[in-house]
Design a protein around this ligand. Structure first.
Ligand code: PEP
Length: 248
């Protein structure tokens, strides 16, 4: 049985004061059946962990370097993230693939580094609008999955997030049939890649998830939760998404 996951990606937003939201989520969702994760900017990992203490909110980072240490100014290693008490790391977000030219091989190396440090790697993938309109969404996603997922991954150290690039921060989402088709494809390919373990890997949908569309998305087969950007910045938006996931 895969435990559902509501993951929030703050991107380069928020502040120490905004971590107050962790108290609000902890109070509202102390008995949540689903897992709740917030990924604030790296400087806030330690105060976020302190706020989260033993409550229901886990803390994760938004990227890591593939190397364990060295001359990489400005970067942070997976073991440094683990030392803060964070438990997850997002890798291969489309904004990093686009802005930093991260390739599938680099994403795979980062995911492996995260897993080696004891973190759960959340591997993001998704097609561009041009690729979807050209009918190439599925081949693109299948290639990204194959290239980005480390061999030997399990449900305990890997989560995959399907995030169509054109749906991120735009208010647009694919049809429910399109999301279901991609998730079914990812599930089948994960089983091919990882054997039985592929059945345990959680599949998140990401891209303009809001309180108003969350329940419909969570009702789809093989959607085990969401990776949420904008709507994870305020408890008033993230809380109803968590509730919808819990109720699904
Ligand atoms: C994201 O950045 O991963 C994301 C899904 O953003 P949003 O929810 O704002 O579309």
């Amino acid at each position: 049985m895969r435990r559902k996951l509501a993951a929030g990606n703050w991107k380069m937003n928020g502040s120490i004061a905004a971590l107050e939201m962790i108290d609000q989520l902890s109070q509202a969702h102390g008995d949540a059946g689903c897992e709740i994760l917030l990924c604030p900017p790296a400087p806030f990992l330690i105060p976020a962990r302190e706020k989260a203490s033993s409550g229901p909110v886990a803390i994760g980072a938004q990227t890591c370097h593939a190397a364990t240490a060295g001359a990489h100014t400005g970067d942070i290693s997976a073991s440094m993230i683990a030392e803060t008490g964070a438990t997850h790391v997002i890798v291969g977000h489309s904004e990093r693939r686009e802005s930093y030219g991260e390739t599938d091989a680099e994403v795979q190396a980062k995911a492996k580094a995260g897993q080696n440090a004891g973190l759960v790697a959340i591997v993001c993938l998704g097609e561009s609008l041009e690729q979807r309109e050209a009918g190439e969404a599925l081949p693109v996603i299948k290639a990204q999955l194959k290239g980005s997922v480390p061999a030997g991954s399990t449900g305990a150290d890997l989560v995959v997030a399907y995030e169509p690039i054109w749906a991120i921060g735009t208010g647009k989402i694919p049809t429910m049939a399109e999301i279901a088709q991609v998730h079914a494809t990812l599930r089948a390919d994960l089983k091919d890649l990882l054997g039985d373990a592929g059945n345990d890997v959680r599949l998140l949908y990401g891209g303009s998830v809001k309180p108003g569309n969350a329940a419909d998305i969570f009702a789809l087969p093989d959607v085990d939760g969401a990776l949420v950007g904008g709507a994870s910045l305020k408890a008033a938006d993230f809380s109803p998404i968590i509730q919808a996931l819990d109720a699904s």
